[in-house]
Design a protein around this ligand. Structure first.
Ligand code: ADP
Ligand code: MG
Length: 403
């Protein structure tokens, strides 16, 4: 990936930013319940960039989307609803501005002093946001002197406030974006070898592109979760009533061939945890060899012997990228393999022998459940953007920041 400009380049490019207007794309798409934000992680993630720019004397205008208003104003999706949370996290006053472009924004800027922070309205109230309308992008840019993108999670979409603006103003990665891009580069861009990838989760079909990309990139591909059942079926294992995409057996065979040709070892479980019903601690739960699964059983986790062997694989690796849990971790006792391997990865990371990067909604939840999210080198909360990056796609919001 080409290098990108960061806040460290601002001085060289623009001189003193005092009094200049920074248009800062952030992710404020916080989960809401009964009109209140329930998790402020995303606001905390962008706070350092906002405060750094404000402390340098820029007038900071925050741009963000919120929910899916589909190009129309909805009072329940106004960013005014998170203004108070943004203020609390930043410890500063934040002025809510009901537009994203035009004279209302220009007037607000006349009132704002250097170092003040304004929160613009939900970008997706305007249909031109998601269609990346150049006219909308130009109207937004007209009120700014430079652009900072700190929303990696939105970088897989070429929208007016991401890709569009970056081409119209001097553009920089914010601190959260910079950290994310550096971590991803260390994991799959120019990683230290050997590299292991863990790919788990429910279905092969949602992660085909990820698997196809990874076999050419990593030395060890560890398959877990429901998708391992399709791989096992392709190897001739009878997986009983496990979740299995039998129609994808041919596709999976092709992936295993591609892995062989690329020198990538595919690791499948050889013992598994099975049960006759999918419920917490079912009486029928047992551990067995993959060849001993009976017709009315389903595979719900990787077995303890295979998990230990996978831990040994990680001990030989320098880099790990992880997406998808190894088992149905939300339901005990099917979290055991995911928790054990996550703890191994965390311990190796702490010892300094492994760079570990993980992402995916359920994966992040599983790492928190294992109590090790903080011990990985980097945990991405970017969802769709993280997966597209794992597919080897060029993200438009990132490409637009490249030198
Ligand atoms: P992520 O959100 O991290 O990308 P996925 O959404 O792809 O992960 O997969 C997570 C889901 O996969 C979880 O809900 C988990 O219960 C499910 N899962 C994992 N292993 C199995 C299995 N053996 N059988 C059925 N579901 C599974
Ligand atoms: Mg998921």
């Amino acid at each position: 990936m080409a290098r990108f400009r960061t806040l460290d380049d601002l001085g060289d490019d623009l001189g003193d930013v005092r009094g200049k207007v920074a248009l800062v794309r952030v992710d404020l798409n916080v989960p809401m319940h009964d009109g209140r934000a329930t998790d402020l992680t995303r606001i905390h993630a962008v706070a350092p960039t906002i405060l750094e720019l404000a402390d340098a004397g820029a007038k900071v205008l925050l741009l963000a989307h919120f929910g899916r208003p589909k190009g129309e104003r909805h009072s329940t999706l106004s960013l005014s609803l998170v203004q108070g949370d943004v203020e609390r996290v930043l410890g500063r006053e934040v002025m809510y501005i009901s537009e994203i472009a035009g004279p209302i924004v220009a007037q607000a800027l006349q009132i704002m002093r250097p170092g003040d922070i304004g929160l613009l309205e939900n970008t997706r109230f305007w249909p031109g946001e998601e269609s990346n309308d150049p006219e909308l992008a130009r109207a937004i840019a007209a009120n700014g002197d430079f652009y900072v993108d700190d929303a990696f999670s939105a970088a897989h979409r070429a929208h007016a406030s991401t890709e569009g603006l970056a081409h119209l103003l001097p553009a920089y990665a914010g601190r959260a974006m910079e950290r994310e891009l550096n971590a991803l580069e260390a994991a799959l861009g120019s990683p230290e070898r050997p590299v292991a990838a863990v790919v788990g989760g429910a279905k092969v079909s949602t992660k085909l592109a990820v698997l196809e990309h990874l076999v050419g990139k990593v030395q060890h591909l560890i398959i877990g979760g429901g998708m391992a059942n399709t791989f096992l079926a392709a190897r001739g294992v009878d997986v009983g009533k496990s979740l299995c995409e039998h129609d994808l057996v041919g596709t999976v065979e092709a992936i295993m061939d591609a892995a062989d040709n690329a020198g990538c070892t595919v690791h499948l479980p050889y013992d598994v945890v099975v049960a006759k019903e999918f419920a917490p601690n079912p009486p029928s739960v047992r551990t067995c060899n993959v060849h001993d699964v009976v017709a009315d059983e389903m595979i719900l986790d990787v077995g303890p012997q295979a998990t230990e062997a996978l831990a040994d694989v990680l001990k030989t690796c320098r880099t790990l990228v992880w997406n998808g849990p190894l088992g149905a971790f939300e339901t005990p006792p099917f979290e055991a393999a995911t928790v054990a391997l996550a703890r191994t990865a965390a311990a190796l990371t702490k010892e300094g022998s492994l760079v570990s990067v993980a992402g995916g909604g359920d994966t992040v939840a599983a790492l928190h459940q294992a109590g090790v999210a903080g011990d990985f080198t980097y945990v991405s909360t970017a969802g769709g953007a993280f997966l597209e990056w794992m597919e080897g796609k060029q993200l438009p919001g990132v490409a637009a920041l490249a030198n």
